[in-house]
Design a protein around this ligand. Structure first.
Ligand SMILES: [Zn+2]
Ligand SMILES: [Zn+2]
Length: 136
């Protein structure tokens, strides 16, 4: 990808290539995206990169195929829709939930120990432990 020279210089200074990802090493937003001053205001680096690469104004959703928020390699970016973005987030959350096999107190979420309530899992052992002693 070719950048206009002044911005290319600034991007190169803050570039760390990690397995194909162009990681931004400069300032990050609170949610982990790279920030650069571009056209007079602070913008997310991946959006600037996408704009330069495509020659178009980025839509609301410029998403990462690589799931690396610091990455601004335009090959790793795609224009998505709001619902795609939401779907991604739901999918990730679901995967995360499936990976949890124990409650925060390390009791296993097995069939006997799991109580479902409004699509969430609750630990029966913890339910019991929370009860005052004179009730157990
Ligand atoms: Zn990437
Ligand atoms: Zn528990």
């Amino acid at each position: 990808m070719r950048f206009p020279p002044p911005i290319e210089q600034r991007l190169k200074e803050k570039l760390n290539i990690v397995s194909g990802c162009w990681e931004w090493t400069g300032q990050l937003s609170r949610d982990g995206y790279g920030l650069i001053r571009y056209q007079g205001k602070m913008q997310r680096v991946h959006r600037v990169s996408w704009e330069i690469a495509s020659g178009q104004k980025p839509s609301l959703w410029i998403l990462h195929k690589c799931d690396n928020r610091k990455c601004f390699n335009s090959d790793h970016l795609y224009e998505g829709t709001r619902s795609e973005n939401a779907k991604d987030a739901v999918l990730r959350k679901r995967l995360h939930a499936q990976n949890i096999t124990h409650c925060p107190k390390k009791h296993e979420y097995n069939k006997e120990n799991t109580r479902m309530y409004q699509n969430r899992r609750y630990c029966r052992q913890c339910d019991r432990d929370r009860r005052p002693v004179w009730q157990s």
